[in-house]
Design a binder for this molecule. Sequence first.
Ligand SMILES: Nc1nc2c(c(=O)[nH]1)N[C@H]1C(S)=C(S)[C@@H](COP(=O)(O)O)O[C@H]1N2
Ligand SMILES: [Mo]
Length: 198
Amino acid sequence: MAVTRGFLGRRPAESSRVPPGQYLTRDFPVLSAGPTPHTPLDKWDFTIRGTVDEPVSWSWAEFQALPHEKVTVDIHCVTKWTKLDTTWSGVSLDTLLNAASGQASHALAFCDGGYTTNVPLADLRGGKAWIVDEYYGRPLDPEHGGPARLLVPHLYFWKSAKWIRGVELRSADQPGFWEMFGYHNYGDPWKEQRYQGD
Ligand SMILES: Nc1nc2c(c(=O)[nH]1)N[C@H]1C(S)=C(S)[C@@H](COP(=O)(O)O)O[C@H]1N2
Ligand SMILES: [Mo]
């Protein structure tokens, strides 16, 4: 207890880490727009395609061999829960995007099951986004996006696409699944960009 407090004490107070309109939860709710896909790892790959000189793919084994980093971040769902200090392990999008060359400005994440979500490329770069395959040191649960999901914690959590299979790079923005149904195109939790017009 004392150790935990001392550690947290070096971070800003919990209340200042909760964006406007959000409440703190210690649970980890599951929010999926459809059934949980179960893609075998030998059928899994991660692909960067679209506005690139050459598409690039990693098999599961190749993805595992990429440098992984441990990240501890706060996550914010548009349904108003915020969860502090979630710990993941994954590959930085910087590592993956550096393997593809091109002139894209935006990315559309695509997933098993058909979910998509759009993110400006700048928001995937600079140590702000990861493809994570572990949660608290264990393989990511299928319900939470396993084998691998996008983690882009500075945006509302619907941008953190579960069961991700790759990103399509584009020279123009294109709305993803929830963005077409009226969610905000960008989704900054600190500006409460929940829905179109916010
Ligand atoms: N493929 C896919 N990714 C998804 C979703 C989804 O329905 N399908 N839901 C999004 C939403 S709205 C949220 S809040 C988070 C929920 O992640 P969790 O179920 O791990 O809490 O996943 C996001 N990623
Ligand atoms: Mo969500």
